[in-house]
Design a protein around this ligand. Structure first.
Ligand code: FMN
Length: 186
């Protein structure tokens, strides 16, 4: 099994990275191979809505998306990971998601039948305790997953990080590990 983690958190070793690392440890212990894409370190331009991809399924913008498309194409498991910013993913990650319009076009406009079926996961952390965050960031993740022919299998999250950091949440870290392990075993 091949997994790709698409990570959009700009803070080094923040709550989201720590939670994601537990899930990754589970994947690795299940002998799953992983690619880690830190979107904040890459050049990903925003989609300009030209809709050229509706004609041939390809994005014409030349930047780091080229190798990201290749990795996602080969993956069996795709994990989106982000801190919640204004009830959604970070803007760096949103730019990457929008560039998957080319995958959307291949599937829904060009009706390509040969797209591999994948499993999808969302990992996020939020400072507040509002459960609505699960719904709002989850909806963005769900539509992204549909475009890459993945189902959103599970959402692993920690709310209330303003009060208790993820590094102090043993239970949540353990749950993330076991969910990663199960995901990696297929
Ligand atoms: C720009 C910005 C917007 C945020 N928006 C929200 C929000 O809408 N809801 C929420 O609960 N927390 C919000 N937060 C808090 C973060 O989601 C929270 O601190 C998160 O755990 C940070 O993860 P990190 O430690 O990996 O950076 C926001 C933080 C920032 C910097």
């Amino acid at each position: 099994m091949k997994a790709v983690i698409i990570y959009g958190g700009p803070r080094e070793n923040g709550n989201t990275k720590i939670l994601t690392d537990s899930f990754i440890k589970g994947l690795l212990d299940a002998k799953c191979s992983i690619d880690f894409i830190d979107v904040t370190k890459l050049k990903v331009n925003p989609c300009i809505g030209c809709l050229k991809c509706e004609k041939d399924g390809e994005c014409f913008i030349k930047d780091d998306m080229k190798f990201i498309y290749d990795i996602v194409e080969k993956s069996d498991i795709v994990i989106l990971s982000s801190p919640v910013y204004f009830a959604s993913v970070t803007s760096q990650l949103k730019a990457l998601i929008d560039r998957f319009q080319s995958f959307y076009s291949k599937k829904y406009i060009l009706k390509n039948q040969n797209i591999k079926k994948r499993k999808g996961y969302l990992i996020f952390t939020a400072g507040g305790k509002n459960e609505k965050m699960v719904e709002s960031i989850g909806l963005t993740a769900k539509f992204f997953m549909l475009s890459i022919n993945a189902s959103l299998n599970d959402i692993i999250y920690a709310l209330g990080t303003d009060e208790i950091k993820v590094s102090d949440r043993e239970e949540i870290l353990k749950t993330a590990y076991y969910k990663g392990y199960d995901a990696g075993r297929g």
